[in-house]
Write a protein that binds this ligand. Structure first.
Ligand code: NAP
Ligand code: MG
Length: 486
């Protein structure tokens, strides 16, 4: 049964309101394209309202700013309790709106609870230094919240992105305006209701549903927004950095795409490496920024590996996200489905060997067969551009030196992986990979304690890890005259 959609308005200053224009848009089911709900199309007037609410909530005498840091942490822990209480509902709503397989969504959401608690725990551990400066100075630093933050979310893992950005910003003491992706507005609104229930003061969190050009650009160009944190495409990431530079030099955190290489050496255990490589690229229908979308396999095991990879892909169960045995659900929408099918066609045209899959499944919804290409060459489009779909591209290599060179030969740098039993190879690869995360003998394993972000065009800054609040803080130096002798 479909989960009830309880919140379909903008959330501004703890109130549920319509867009000023009265305009709305539909959010569609990835399973069959039907309308799930209709939400307001927020635009500049709504962003202006939300930003002024967030600005008022950030005033030095506001309830939020006068809270002890530990009390901020307790409120966020209360939010974690409510999230845990509603975990099943939130999982169902997320899966309903974005097509993530439900069993996997439950797993993600359990991790999300830990993430909230970890980030909440950072609230009262923000501290500066006392510094032995030259001269007659007593000096210390204060670390203070940046101000109003604009948080722009993608559609692939909306709840996790809401948490990474909102809870970190709040732990730092900032206030926020969230713009969810047009495809997946619903869970951000459901989480806003929990923020309110947790007792977080009005205006601290605001959610404005709407489109990128419109709500998104109004946020990135707003003079009272001090920082933007964004997850999405590299293309939009660049626009956001430009907008940030144009108006008030906003601080920017960008989590962008990838074309992540995974290296399988001759000595790897294929029973482990084949499934790991498959999950690395097929998880969530390939709609993950860290997808292992360039799979380099060493010549000695290449044929055997390709054979097993094809067998693995063929056995993957594609179906309705709610079915307990489903491993792969639909792509987010028709646009993304057609984009992925377009890449598959280009792969065929450019001479990559299509060994399984390659087609849409059925005529309703946005399902694509798990697809494996072998004999992919570095200069083919499918080896260069982010596909964001269930497409495994296998490339052959002879030695690690060569694989490393080819792996790094991309404008992206989000993640990389290697399977080998040779510790020197593993450590050399980890050292020289141009990527924000390197996995050795596993792929995709993340945890909130680990900093996450990209080299090169995969982004700017890091989320998670013990230093993640720094991205929402300014450092203030205080220098006081204090003669050395009195
Ligand atoms: P996108 O265009 O980058 O959208 C991400 C978010 O930014 C959405 O909320 C979007 O609003 C908003 N946005 C778009 N243009 C904007 C602008 N000029 N100013 C401010 N905000 C703006 O991503 P997409 O179109 O959904 O997906 C396209 C590609 O992005 C995918 O094929 C994939 O390669 C990549 N992607 C990467 C990730 C990741 O995790 N790194 C996640 C999702 C997508 P709208 O909803 O109106 O577009
Ligand atoms: Mg877009």
């Amino acid at each position: 049964m479909a989960p009830e959609v309880k919140y379909t308005k903008l959330f501004i200053n703890n109130e549920w309101v319509d867009a000023k224009s009265g305009k709305t848009f539909d959010t569609l089911s990835p399973h069959d394209g039907s309308v799930i709900a209709t939400v307001p199309e927020g635009d500049k007037p709504d962003i202006d309202l939300a930003v002024s609410a967030a600005k008022a909530a950030f005033h030095r005498n506001s309830e939020w700013r006068l809270l002890d840091a530990s009390a901020r942490g307790r409120l966020l822990n209360k939010f974690a309790d409510l999230f845990e209480r509603d975990l099943a509902y939130l999982s169902e709503l997320e899966s309903y709106d974005n097509g993530m397989v439900l069993t996997m969504t439950y797993g993600f959401m359990s991790r999300a609870v830990n993430t909230i608690r970890y980030l909440a725990s950072l609230a009262d551990k923000i501290q500066g230094d006392t510094i032995p400066a030259d001269g007659d100075l007593f000096s210390y630093t204060l670390k203070q919240p940046i101000g109003v933050c604009g948080l722009i979310l993608p559609w692939n893992v909306p709840i996790l992105m809401f948490i990474n950005k909102v809870v970190t910003a709040l732990a730092a003491g900032c206030t926020v305006v969230v713009k969810p992706a047009e495809q997946t507005p619903l869970t951000a609104l459901a989480l806003a209701a929990l923020i309110k229930e947790a007792g977080i003061p009005a205006g601290v969190v605001n959610v404005v549903t709407g489109y990128g050009p419109g709500a998104g650009t109004s946020l990135t160009h707003h003079p009272d927004v001090a920082k933007i944190s964004f997850t999405g495409s590299a293309e939009v990431g660049k626009l956001i950095q430009q907008a940030a530079g144009k108006v008030n030099l906003k601080r920017v955190t960008l989590e962008l795409g990838g074309k992540s290489p995974l290296i399988i050496m001759d000595d790897a255990d294929l029973n482990v490496a084949v499934p790991a490589a498959a999950y690395g690229v097929f998880t969530h229908q390939g709609q993950i920024c860290i997808a292992a979308s360039r799979l380099f396999v060493q010549a000695g095991i290449y044929d055997k590996f390709v054979e097993k990879a094809v067998e693995f892909a063929k056995n993957r169960k594609v179906g309705h996200p709610n079915d307990s045995d489903t491993e792969q659900g639909p792509q987010i929408d028709d646009e993304m489905m057609n984009k992925v099918l377009g890449y598959i066609n280009k792969g065929k045209q450019e001479g990559a060997k299509l060994l399984t899959g390659g087609n849409r499944i059925g005529t309703t919804g946005y399902y694509i067969e798990p697809t494996v290409f072998a004999d992919v060459k570095d200069d083919m489009i499918i080896a260069k551009e982010e596909i964001f779909g269930p497409v495994q591209s296998i490339l052959k290599f002879d030695n690690l030196e060569e694989a490393l060179e080819r792996a790094n030969n991309t404008s992206y740098g989000l993640a990389a992986g290697i399977f080998t039993n040779n510790i020197n190879n593993a450590l050399q690869f980890a050292k020289h990979s141009e990527a924000g995360t390197v996995w050795v003998n596993n792929y995709l394993n993340g945890s909130v304690q680990l900093p996450f972000g990209g080299f090169k065009e995969s982004g700017l800054g890091r989320e998670n890890g013990v230093s993640c609040v720094d991205a929402y803080l300014e450092v203030k130096t205080v220098a006081i005259t204090l003669p050395k002798k009195f």
